[in-house]
Design a protein around this ligand. Structure first.
Ligand code: ADP
Length: 207
C-alpha cells in the first residue's frame, strides 16, 4: 500500500486508491451475460416524486422476474436507507447519490443482470454521467413525464403537503429544480397510461 501523504487519495493514513491498477479479469462481462442467457441492461426511470417510478419499476421487475429474467431493482428511497444514508438533498449530495447508484447499476449489469432503477435524478448532468459509464444501448432512460399537479394530487407519501408547508426543504418540483430529459429513450405520462400499459411500453422498447 502506498503511503504518499501528498496524494489526494490518502485519508487518515489510508491509501484510497491513487495507485490502484486495473486488474484484468479472466471472466468478461460478455462471458457472464452469455451464461445468464440475457442481454444485461440498465432501465433508468426518472421523474418527479409521485410520477410512478417505484410503482412502474416494481411492476416491470416483477413481470421480468416472473418470466425468468434475472433482474435487480434499485429504488431511490431504499438506497437512502443504506448505501447512501449519509447523503442529503443538496445538489452535490444528489449528484453523489446518482453517481454511486450508477456505479452499482453498472457492476450489476457487468454481472449479467437487467437492473431497473427508480430515481428522481433531477439533473441532466448526473443522468448523463451515468449514461456515459454504460456501453451504447445498455442504458435506457425512461422519463415519467407526469404533470406536477397530478403528482401532487397523488402525493402517495404526503411529501408534497410537507413541502408546501415548508417542512421539507429542497423538494423537487416545488423548491428544487427538475431538469426534464431531452432525449430519453421513452417518455410516459402516467396520467394517461396505466401501470400495465407503461410496463408493456418499456418491455416493447427493450425488445
Ligand atoms: P415515485 O416513485 O415516482 O415517487 P410512486 O410509484 O411511489 O411514485 O407513487 C405513484 C403513486 O401513483 C402510487 O400510489 C400509484 O399507485 C399511483 N398511480 C396512479 N396511477 C398510476 C400510473 N398510471 N402509473 C404509476 N403510478 C400510478
Amino acid at each position: 500500500m502506498s503511503q504518499n501523504p501528498e496524494s489526494p487519495y490518502v485519508f487518515k493514513g489510508l491509501d484510497l486508491g491513487s495507485e490502484a491498477v486495473w486488474h484484468t479479469q479472466s471472466v468478461s462481462p460478455s462471458d457472464r451475460a452469455q451464461l445468464m442467457q440475457q442481454q444485461p441492461r440498465c432501465i433508468w426511470l426518472t421523474g418527479l416524486s409521485g410520477s410512478g417510478k417505484s410503482t412502474i419499476a416494481n411492476a416491470l421487475d416483477a413481470t421480468l422476474h416472473a418470466n425468468g429474467v434475472k433482474t435487480f431493482l434499485l429504488d431511490g428511497d431504499n438506497v437512502r436507507h443504506g448505501l447512501n444514508k449519509d447523503l442529503g438533498m443538496s445538489e452535490k449530495d444528489r449528484a453523489e447519490n446518482i453517481r454511486r447508484v450508477g456505479e452499482v447499476a453498472k457492476l450489476m449489469v457487468d454481472a449479467g443482470l437487467i437492473v431497473v432503477c427508480a430515481f428522481i435524478s433531477p439533473y441532466n448532468r448526473d443522468r448523463q454521467i451515468v449514461r456515459s459509464i454504460f456501453a451504447p444501448g445498455q442504458f435506457i432512460e425512461v422519463f415519467l413525464n407526469t404533470p406536477l399537479d397530478v403528482c401532487e394530487q397523488r402525493d402517495p407519501k404526503g411529501l408534497y403537503k410537507k413541502a408546501r408547508a415548508g417542512i421539507i426543504k429542497q423538494f423537487t418540483g416545488i423548491s428544487d429544480p427538475y431538469e426534464a430529459p431531452q432525449a430519453a429513450e421513452l417518455e410516459i405520462d402516467t396520467s394517461r397510461s396505466n401501470v400495465e400499459k407503461s410496463v408493456k411500453n418499456i418491455l416493447t422498447l427493450m425488445q
